[in-house]
Write a protein that binds this ligand. Structure first.
Ligand code: DC
Length: 226
């Protein structure tokens, strides 16, 4: 780890369990958990409120220039501040979810976010989760996990988490649509880094996934101590 503190990158598609796994790892190893999806969500909320079209890169870039986004890790998850205001409770609804995936395709928006994320994480001692952490944000992360699961399994989990509020078919459709956009965008598409450990959680419990990743973190820490 060459003198700096541990950086764990967790990437993967929507609904693979990244946030829960990252939060549990952070608690277990005393790391800060930084959820980069929440940053794209906060920016998407601002675009919605400002009536800025998600397909207009120039207007989005102008909006980014007057936007401040901060993450405050807490034991129960990240507080998300948009221009100094707490928007944590407002960034999970369906419209923001879809808009976050749309605004995140634009290279200028990604460059801005990547810079912010590097600043947030540069001291290490973090678990950062998102789509491009191991490939772009921290290509030298000490441990890279790519957490995947079948669309059906991810849809089912989201359905349970939603309190069965939306129809399972609509949830699966949204997941497939977001997968397609996240995986095929030109800049930093969602894909495992060549040196990532890929874990398919389709047939694993959450405890099993956390156990596997925790073992990898422990091994990495032991190596660093040698
Ligand atoms: O992880 P999430 O579902 O909260 O992310 C919301 C959207 O943000 C996701 O559809 C794609 C985008 N995103 C991204 O492009 N890069 C990241 N590092 C994190 C999220």
């Amino acid at each position: 780890m060459s003198g700096r503190r541990l950086i764990v990158a967790i990437d993967g598609p929507a609904g693979a369990g990244k946030s829960t796994v990252a939060a549990r790892l952070a608690a277990k190893f005393g790391l800060l958990n930084l959820e980069t999806g929440a940053m794209y969500r906060a920016f998407a909320l601002k675009a919605i409120e400002g009536g800025v079209p998600f397909s207009d890169p120039d207007m989005l870039e102008q909006l980014a220039a007057v936007t401040s986004i901060a993450l405050e890790p807490t034991p129960s998850g990240n507080r998300v501040l948009l221009d100094g205001k707490d928007v944590t409770g407002r960034i999970r609804d369906a419209a923001v979810t879809k808009a976050a995936s749309q605004v995140s395709v634009h290279p200028a928006i990604r460059r801005w976010m990547v810079d912010l994320q590097r600043t947030l994480g540069e001291k290490g001692g973090i678990v950062m989760e998102g789509r491009d952490i191991g490939t772009v944000v921290f290509p030298h992360a000490d441990l890279k996990i790519f957490l995947d699961a079948s669309p059906e399994a991810r849809g089912e989990r989201r359905y349970e988490q939603s309190g069965k509020a939306a129809s399972p078919e609509a949830i699966l459709r949204d997941i497939r649509e977001r997968d397609e956009r996240d995986r095929t965008r030109e800049q930093s598409p969602l894909k495992p880094a060549p040196d990532a450990v890929v874990i398919d959680s389709t047939n694993l419990t959450l405890d099993e996934v956390v156990g596997r990743v925790a073992d990898l973190v422990t091994a990495r820490l032991a190596q660093a101590a040698d």
